[in-house]
Write a protein that binds this ligand. Sequence first.
Ligand code: FAD
Ligand code: NAD
Length: 402
Amino acid sequence: MKKPRIVILGAGYGGMMTTVNLQKMLGTNEANITLVNKHDYHYQTTWLHENSAGTLHHDRTRIPIKDVVDFNKVDFVQDTVVSIKADEKKVQLENGELEYDYLVVALGFEPATFGIKGLEENAFMITNINSARLIRDHIEYNFARYNNENEERPELLTIVVGGAGFTGIEFVGELANRVEELCREYDIDRDQVRLINVEAGPTALAGFDPELVEYAMNRLEAKGVEFKLGTMIKECTEEGIIVEKDGEQEEIKSKNVIWAAGVRGNSIVEKSGFEVNRGRVPVRDDLRAPNDDDVFIIGDCALVFNKETERPYPPTAQIAIQMAETTAANLKALVRGSHELESFEPDIKGTVASLGEDDAIGVVFNGKKLYGWRAVFMKKIIDNRYLFKLGGLGLVLKKGKF
Ligand code: FAD
Ligand code: NAD
């Protein structure tokens, strides 16, 4: 009998964990598994704010795919997905085409720019290893330029981060530490640097525990972060940003604008004809696409609702990893001829956010609040636990945080 072809698109949290689980669950005589990814490495998106700030080298964040995927059991194709032709059961790549019997779409997120003028052209965005390296080098270059200019150019030392969601807050936390190092390196007085976090809503980290939000803001302000709350970014230009607060517009001049104000699912999914809501596909309970029994959509490309609150779960690595477990189990069932598939039940263990490497906040185990070193420690446990699931103790020792 012909072996079913399983094709997995994207080697992020969702795609890697599906692959690693399947290579353990299925024999090589049961299915042909193919993993497709743009790069020959997997990266931990959850560490990209550190790489972008320059507080952690990007080689700590990326892991060669060959180090965790068994190429005797899985075909790896390094290529870029262009589109999914679900009616033909084919995937168009930049350099070829793949046919599948079962498809797993795990292509991750893109920044959501909400049509704001000039953002795409003038702002930096934390999306992958390449963009993180660029942000790190760009900021450092502007610090290096400062004392080489013949006139005062404070915009070189003004860093603007758009959005005070978890990404924006974690990023300014890293930057606050990094700015101290850059000032020492380039003989710059810390008072000349502005690190501004602009948030449209009335508070940072909307919906998170207010006491922890206050702790985070106080700690970050003490490290020199200026918060501009209730302030919406309206436009980004070559000179900086235009913001609006209470109907009044203001220009903030900056050569370092980083947009971290929201994400959507990879646009390839929408362009391929799947019905989306904010770029994410509202999947069935078993994580299959609404009208396609052979396509699983997981991670940041999928939209799953919390049945109690009727609100969507936020796109997180935690959920992407859990979705991968359900997807691998369901693929195993389908390959072995069963049609009884598991329903996906997220098991949210909490949320922990870093405020630089030396501080953090979190809520874990049904409401226990953590801050300071306890939260830092918990974040390391979460990160190392993922590495253990992916590649065992060896990977934890190689890439873990201690
Ligand atoms: P990703 O992990 O983003 O992987 C997508 C993969 O697809 C990538 O390898 C990419 O290279 C590949 N790809 C994309 N397009 C193509 C293409 N066209 N062709 C081929 N390959 C392609 N969540 C948490 O739970 N905890 C955290 O602490 C946390 N911190 C975060 C910090 C930051 C800075 C950011 C940006 C996000 C954070 N998140 C966190 C959210 C989390 O990172 C995402 O929810 C998670 O990465 C989603 O996993 P995924 O598998 O869907 O996509
Ligand atoms: P988000 O949507 O959570 O936050 C974006 C923020 O930007 C919001 O507060 C929004 O009000 C603000 N914003 C939007 N438009 C704006 C504008 N024009 N001007 C100013 N502010 C504007 O997005 P995110 O922070 O990128 O997070 C994406 C996902 O990743 C979320 O699900 C988040 O939970 C997850 N994440 C988790 C962690 C963690 O668990 N430690 C860390 C990072 C990200």
